[in-house]
Unconditional design. Structure first.
Length: 310
């Protein structure tokens, strides 16, 4: 989990370039973290991220169609390929085309193939595999834990005037869980969503000392990205919870926390994201101390008075 890093210029290197799309994605993450020997400028990192998002797109069939889709000059694509260690765009193209053509919007169908085609007699093995993958993702999150950034995020959660949480599709559940947990500890925490106050109205009511938490991962929800951009342009503090430094949410955030989520689950796995939410809630409770204790006591008193629990 890291914050945004400085944007250096493109520098060449002599290491062997990635030979698979998975390795290329990992290199993109490492470059964003600053842990790679390759250094790319902001524009080059954006081009690489957008290339990876075009997996299976026919625009990858030629440098001219790709550069047109990316709205850059072909020379920009060629320079990026060389900066990544490839001798030519053709070598990079072979890696980008290593995945079969998958039209936009087919992510969930493709992602579900492992489960859909599994032998029902091997359900135990499938379950074990998925659980192991979840464990591995949490281990990766721990290994990449950036304490200063996490502590800065917790400090914002404890001191912000108001907190609004925004996510769509699967991340609507994540947003609700995080808002519920933080709402147990402090006042003025709620979802930013159309069915309540309205997204535009909700943003308009936010001030400079407030905090907007946005959450999404690949394939990113456009509306969430637009909300983050609008909030950032209005001077609102944005905390992004996402999957990698190339996420479009990072550019609009003052702080970003990253969660690995690659598994054989039929969709994007949420286990790591919910684990991070629990960590944020617990840490916020520690940060607030007596204030959190008083809030929890008041909550318990109302639960008893209303006889909510058996």
């Amino acid at each position: 989990m890291i914050a945004k890093v400085p944007q250096p210029s493109v520098h060449k290197h002599n290491t062997t370039p990635p030979q698979s799309i998975e390795a290329l994605r990992q290199l993109s993450v490492d470059i964003g973290k600053g842990s790679s020997s390759i250094h790319l400028g902001r524009k080059a990192k954006q081009v690489l991220a957008r290339m990876l998002e075009l997996r299976g797109d026919k625009a990858l069939l030629s440098i001219s169609s790709l550069s047109q889709r990316l709205e850059v000059n072909p020379s920009t694509v060629s320079r990026l390929a060389r900066a990544l260690g490839y001798r030519s765009f053709g070598e990079l193209q072979n890696v980008l085309l290593s995945e079969s053509f998958v039209p936009a919007g087919s992510f969930y169908t493709q992602h579900a193939q492992a489960a859909l085609s599994a032998d029902v007699s091997e359900l135990s093995q499938q379950t074990t595999r998925l659980c192991r993958e979840q464990q591995a993702n949490i281990e990766r999150m721990i290994e990449s834990f950036d304490q200063p950034v996490f502590e800065a995020a917790v400090s914002r959660l404890a001191t912000a005037g108001r907190i609004r949480v925004h996510g769509a599709r699967q991340f609507y559940a994540f947003s609700g869980f995080l808002a519920y947990g933080l709402g147990m500890l402090r006042a003025d925490v709620s979802l930013l969503e159309p069915s309540l106050q309205g997204v535009a109205e909700g943003l308009a009511s936010m001030e400079k000392d407030d905090l907007l938490i946005v959450a999404s991962c690949e394939p990113y929800t456009k509306s969430v990205v637009r909300v983050a951009q609008a909030a950032h342009e209005a001077g609102i503090n944005v905390l992004a919870v996402t999957d990698r430094p190339s996420s479009p949410l990072v550019a609009s955030s003052s702080l970003a926390l990253f969660v690995p989520h690659e598994t054989c689950f039929i969709s994007n796995s949420m286990v790591g994201f919910f684990s991070l939410a629990e960590c944020l809630i617990n840490s916020c409770a520690s940060q607030l101390g007596d204030l959190a204790h008083q809030a929890l006591q008041q909550r318990d008193a109302f639960i008893r008075a209303l006889k909510i629990e058996l």
